[in-house]
Ligand binder design. Structure first.
Ligand SMILES: C[S@@+](CC[C@H](N)C(=O)[O-])C[C@H]1O[C@@H](n2cnc3c(N)ncnc32)[C@H](O)[C@@H]1O
Length: 551
């Protein structure tokens, strides 16, 4: 005989009741035919709903399927009788396909990186959520029964996402205390154990800041087969959840919505503190400093998701580091270089990291190349938000020997070329009423680096700073900020050549930081200047030289 399916959700209870009602109507000769037809229709809708959701939801991964089947076919009665589990565990308490995918989707949408689950059972929900986490994500699963950790671990080990899961066995409240004492915080908490204690877990999590300010708490079974709103229900779990739902809905610390999915999932987040707050919170100023501008914390405000950038001289050195930094922060990046092979090589590096990119070859001393580069970016991505005008050259000669050819070549690239890029990108940005231009100047704009002789370079870079200041003030009222970065002496393979070796010691003794700059020392600056966090900065020369210009 097939095991009798115990109705587990409001819809399953409805299906059960409608089936009974339909059977009664069928056996009652006085029941009108229309009643039977209506009951059948209601039954079709109720019984079709979960099946349809199941079919239309993206299929679960192979390890999840294995976990589900392993859970369903396990002899839970038997293991309990053998004393392997403290309690008789009902297999129906598994989260399951549709809810698992919902949790995974919530993780994606909230970009959660750290998740806490209270009540792991056989790990179906844990693995579903882990699948939604980034590679460096973490899911801490609390589970009372040590047997369940042993049960789930072999399947976790088969999944590439299993390594993100850490199972803590024992009472969930003890684990919460341990996590709070260690100052841990989570982006998402999923409460799915021990319904009588939901309220205690919830309060502990809020009071001990285990949930990050912008985090989300999900609570399972919050409709509990409809017993939370059925007046005649005396089920103790139903009563606990009814009280829990009421408490949360009246709690000024949070906002909540209950999704009628399966047995109900509550989504809870901290409310803005404008509402009357408990005494402990009255000293808090709920402003942009407290919550972050637009509710976004400072590091997230530096993200460049959806932005379009180009970097000239992006095929090597500082430009390559800028291209990687902007891409890592979320921007699409056009790598521009005189040498197409170099531009393509960096484009490939970016693609390997999942960064959307193109390569463009252009000589920025040629107006037609500059316009072609701008057109290529706009036709590909429809906008330019970040222009990194970084390409430049450095020719050395004693001033009395500097040829006009050297002077013109240096100025053609470093100053005229940078101007043409600023102008062409600026025209696009002024139309958009938004843009961030970041020019690469040099510490040589401030001091005269020595002992090398580089009159035309120094003068051209001083010109880049004045170009930046002028454009920065002229365009800011139309949404375009122009700033420049002045690196000190950057450690490149060239510097270690035999010719330059004698200069190296001299330079090092001139640098308070005691070392040359690495290109990675400049990456955060370009992201800052490209992001909205630097919106009040324009015409600025951001000097990053280990203190060299101060000695
Ligand atoms: C509803 S099941 C969890 C289902 C699970 N979230 C899933 O994805 O399939 C509840 C689990 O909570 C565990 N549990 C019950 N009381 C607990 C407690 N005080 N501390 C930790 N875990 C507990 C039970 O052993 C059971 O495995």
């Amino acid at each position: 005989m097939a095991p009798v399916k115990v109705p587990d959700t409001p819809v399953e209870v409805m299906v059960d009741l409608l089936t009974k009602a339909k059977d009664m109507a069928a056996s009652c000769s006085s029941a009108p035919e229309e009643l039977s037809a209506h009951l059948q229709k209601a039954l079709d809708i109720a019984s079709g709903l979960d099946k349809y959701l199941e079919e239309m939801t993206t299929r679960e991964s192979e390890p999840l399927r294995e976990l589900y089947e392993k859970t369903m076919s396990h002899d839970w009665n038997g293991v309990h009788k053998e004393g392997k589990t403290l309690f008789q565990l009902p297999k129906e308490c598994i989260t399951g396909h549709v809810e698992g995918q919902t949790l995974k989707m919530l993780i994606h949408m909230s970009r959660a990186k750290r998740v806490l689950e209270i009540g792991m059972f056989t790990g179906y929900g844990a693995l579903s959520m882990a699948e939604g986490l980034p590679d460096d994500g973490l899911l801490v699963a609390c589970e009372l029964e040590p047997y369940l950790k042993e049960f789930a671990q072999p399947v976790f080990d088969k999944s590439p996402h299993g390594k993100k899961i850490v199972v803590k066995t024992g009472s969930a409240m003890d684990t919460l205390k341990e996590l709070a004492a260690a100052g841990e915080q989570f982006d998402m908490v999923f409460i799915d154990a021990d319904k009588n204690n939901y309220i205690n877990y919830y309060n502990f999590i809020l009071e001990h800041n285990l949930l990050r300010l912008q985090g989300v708490m999900c609570v399972d079974n919050s409709l509990f087969k409809g017993k939370v709103f059925l007046k005649d229900s005396t089920d103790p779990n139903g009563s606990s959840l009814r009280e829990f739902n009421r408490f949360v809905s009246e709690d000024p610390r949070v906002e909540q919505v209950i999704l009628p999915l399966r047995d109900g999932i509550s989504l809870i987040r901290r409310a803005p503190l404008a509402r009357p707050s408990p005494p402990a919170q009255r000293t808090i100023s709920d402003d942009d400093v407290f919550r972050g501008v637009g509710g976004i914390s400072i590091l997230d405000r530096m993200r460049l998701d959806g932005k379009v950038a180009y970097v000239t001289g992006g095929g090597q050195g500082i430009g390559r580091a800028f291209a990687h930094a902007l891409g890592e922060a979320g921007a699409k990046v056009a790598v521009v270089d005189l040498d197409p092979a170099r531009a393509e090589a960096v484009e490939r590096e970016l693609s390997v990291k999942g960064i959307t990119s193109i390569s463009v070859s252009a000589d920025i001393s040629k107006p037609e190349d500059v316009q072609r580069m701008i057109d290529a970016v706009v036709s590909k991505w429809g906008a330019i938000h970040i222009a990194c005008n970084n390409a430049g050259i450095n020719l050395n000669s004693a001033s009395e020997d500097t040829t006009l050819e050297e002077w013109d070549r240096t100025f053609d690239v470093n100053l005229r070329g940078t101007f043409m890029c600023c102008q062409a990108a600026g025209r696009v940005m002024l139309k958009q009423r938004y843009g961030k231009i970041i020019n690469t100047a040099s510490m040589a704009s401030l001091i005269v680096p020595h002992p090398q002789k580089q009159l035309s370079y120094n003068t051209s870079k001083a010109g880049v700073v004045k170009l930046t200041q002028t454009l920065g003030t002229e365009w800011i009222d139309r949404g375009v900020r122009v700033n420049c970065i002045s690196p000190g002496i950057v450690d490149t393979p060239l510097i270690h050549s035999e010719d330059l070796k004698p200069l190296l010691q001299r330079w090092l003794s001139d640098i308070p930081a005691g070392r040359l700059a690495q290109v990675t020392d400049l990456q955060a600056a370009v992201v800052y200047l490209a992001s909205d966090t630097s919106d009040y900065m324009t015409g600025h020369n951001l000097v990053i030289e280990g203190g060299q210009s101060l000695w």
